[in-house]
Structure formats: C-alpha cells, structure tokens
Write a protein that binds this ligand. Structure first.
Ligand SMILES: O=C(O)CCC(=O)C(=O)O
Ligand SMILES: [Fe+2]
Length: 366
C-alpha cells in the first residue's frame, strides 16, 4: 500500500482550530488611539492622508491601530493555534530550543522566570521567537514549527514585506524624507533580529497578583523599530500616557496594535515616541485565562547606526543628535544589549533608568 504523502505547503498534522476568548465586560479606562485603515494604501493621495492622520499619534503617544492589513482573522488564529501547541509541550522539550539570552539573542525559546518583575519576584511569561527564515538565522526548530513552516514564513513575509513597509513609508513621509528612506534598512533578507513571537502569560491567583502588585511585565519601551501586536481579547496591556497615567489598550476586531520602539526614537532625536507600556493582571472576568500573545518585532538591519536622520522636519524643529553618545552605536548592538539587560535583576524602589550601552539608559516603570 502506498504511504500517505503530505501535500507540499500543508502541515502534516492539522492543528485544532483556535477559538479566541470573549472580550471583558469590565468597564476600563481605555486609551483613545488613532486607527489607520491601510486597505486603500495604493490610491492616489492616500499615503499623504494616512501620514497626516498618523503624525500626532507617533509623536505624542507612540501607539496606534491598523486595519485593512491583508491577513484574515483565520490566518491570525492559525498562528495562535501554533503558539498554543508549542506552549503545551513539556518544559524539557521546550528548553531544547532555548535562545542564547545571555548574549542578547532572542532566536528561540525564552523560559518563564528569565526576568525579574519586582525584587526577588520572577516573571510568569514564556516566549517563543521565530526569526526570519534566512540562512544566517536558521536554527533547529520544534516539530510544530517545522510542520507549519510554509505558513509561518508566508505570514511573516506578509508582515515584513507588506504591512511594515507601508508603515515605514508613512513615517518617512512624516519626516519629509524620500518614501524608501526607512524601508531600505528593513528588508526580509537583511540580517536583523526581526521575529514573530508567540507568547503566553500564565494566569496567577488573586494572592499572587497582590504579591506582584498586579504586574506581569514592568513598564518598558521596545527595543527595535516597530512592534505589531495581533488582536488579543484579554485586557492586560496598558500604555503610559503623556501625563503619567496608565490606560488600557482595547483589542478591536480585525486590528493590530502598533507601537514605536527605541531605534525610531533615536533616529528622530526623540520626535517619534518609543512609549512606555506594561502588562498587568486582566480584569476579574478574564483573570483565569492563560493569555496567549502573537507579536511581530521589527528590528533594523544590524549594522545601521543610531545617529539621527537628516530630516527636513527634524532640522526645522532643531532636533539633531550631533555629539550624542548614540551616534556610533549599531542598532543591532542596542537591541542585543537590551535583551541581555532584561535578564538582570531589577533594582529596588520602582521607576528606574538602567544603563544599556555607551552610557545610554533605558527607562523602566512599575
Ligand atoms: O503582551 C502584550 O500585550 C505586550 C507584550 C510586550 O510589551 C512585549 O513583549 O514587549
Ligand atoms: Fe513591549
């Protein structure tokens, strides 16, 4: 009898369909964020219209939503199913794929407890980071990734080669730079630490939440260029508003939450805001849920320097990083120093700046 052959491009073992959980019915103080609909991006005048809509958000808030990005909820849910399958593996299987965190390399598995949330208190978060499928970054992968590799690569490439390219064009327009000024340093074939991340925050008891001051992840900024957070109906992400208050980020159907990260802040001498966000315990009606996450972290080509860009807008505003300690730091070194630093113990006493590289600090908040 002929052996059963799997179809090329289809997983050898179909995954159970992923069902998203219900939204919270709690009434929370949601942040009011701009939503960009990318579905008419190619229409005449559309880029300028979207850039105008985005300008204030990226300067003052650092967070916004996108819709019309060309991936269906089914495709997104299929990625959640992959993450769920991976995290259900026994720990001894998962640690075979452990990332080289000690050198700031996130390629692979990051076990829970790798970072401190509060002094003496370790996190409850697992991550599995799948870097780009290019020869320089290949590594051994678990079966669930190998079996679904074609679909994961297609999903990653859509984000990297379509969605983020559009966002980088809009940001270049805001900065009055040629449209390809930022896309050039963010190509799929560039060696960089871009990755698709599957994440799980395992729920804690009410008593544990009290001991952790409700924190799952301290207030922080992200390290690279942009972060894209696929819709996750469990309320837990909060952003720090310009007045220092924290607001919840509502997960709207069909949307991705996007935030500006450190490298874009360096490149714009602070004009683009790498804003502080944190993850807290969900409201009571979602407190029992193990919160799965799906994110894409966009990082620039490793060798690009952090020196501010020569932008007409920044020049008019007098924003330059001339003589700044960041000028000669490579973006990839910054990202890796921040990943490495995340394994350190936290300091006592709440909100602290932490040295990262070349005398430059990163901000952390409780
Ligand atoms: O899980 C979330 O909502 C945010 C995660 C996050 O901030 C991060 O991984 O950098
Ligand atoms: Fe983050």
């Amino acid at each position: 009898m002929a052996a059963v052959q799997s179809m090329p491009g289809l997983p050898s073992k179909p995954l159970p369909k992923y069902e998203q959980v219900a939204e919270t019915s709690a009434s929370l103080d949601w942040a009011d964020l701009v939503t960009l609909d990318l579905s008419n991006f190619e229409a005449p005048g559309e880029r300028e219209r979207l850039a105008a809509q985005l300008k204030d958000a990226v300067h003052n808030v650092g967070f916004f939503y996108i819709t019309g990005f060309g991936l269906s909820q089914e495709e997104v849910d299929n990625q959640f199913a992959i993450g769920k399958e991976f995290f259900a593996l026994p720990t001894e299987e998962k640690v075979k794929y452990r990332a080289d965190l000690e050198h700031g390399n996130y390629n692979g598995y990051r076990p829970k407890g790798s970072s401190e949330v509060l002094p003496g208190k370790r996190d409850n978060v697992e991550m599995f980071n799948v870097f780009k499928f290019i020869p320089e970054l290949e590594r051994g992968q678990p079966d669930v990734i190998n079996d679904n590799r074609a679909e994961i690569e297609r999903f990653q490439r859509h984000i990297a080669e379509d969605t983020v390219q559009k966002l980088l064009i809009l940001i270049a327009i805001i900065l009055e730079l040629p449209e390809d000024h930022l896309t050039k340093g963010h190509q799929y074939d560039d060696v960089s630490d871009c990755h698709l991340r599957y994440m799980i925050y395992r729920h804690r008891s009410a008593q544990e939440n009290a001991e952790y001051q409700n924190l799952y992840s301290k207030g922080h900024t992200d390290f690279g260029s942009l972060t894209l957070l696929f819709r996750q109906p469990v309320a837990a992400l909060q952003i720090r508003m310009p007045d220092g208050s924290w607001k919840w980020v509502k997960p709207y159907p069909g949307s991705i939450t996007v935030n500006i990260a450190d490298v874009l802040q360096f490149w714009t001498a602070g004009y683009l805001k790498s804003s502080i966000h944190r993850v807290v315990a969900p409201p009571p009606d979602q407190a029992h849920i193990d919160r799965l996450g799906l994110l894409y972290f966009l990082r620039p080509a490793h060798d690009l320097k952090l020196k501010a860009l020569d932008s007409p807008l920044l020049q008019r505003l007098g924003l330059t990083s001339e003589n700044d300690a960041a000028n000669e730091i490579k973006a990839g070194d910054w990202v890796r120093a921040r990943v490495k630093g995340n394994q350190d113990k936290v300091s006592e006493g709440g909100n602290k700046n932490k040295p990262v590289l070349g005398g430059i600090e990163a901000k952390y908040y409780d």
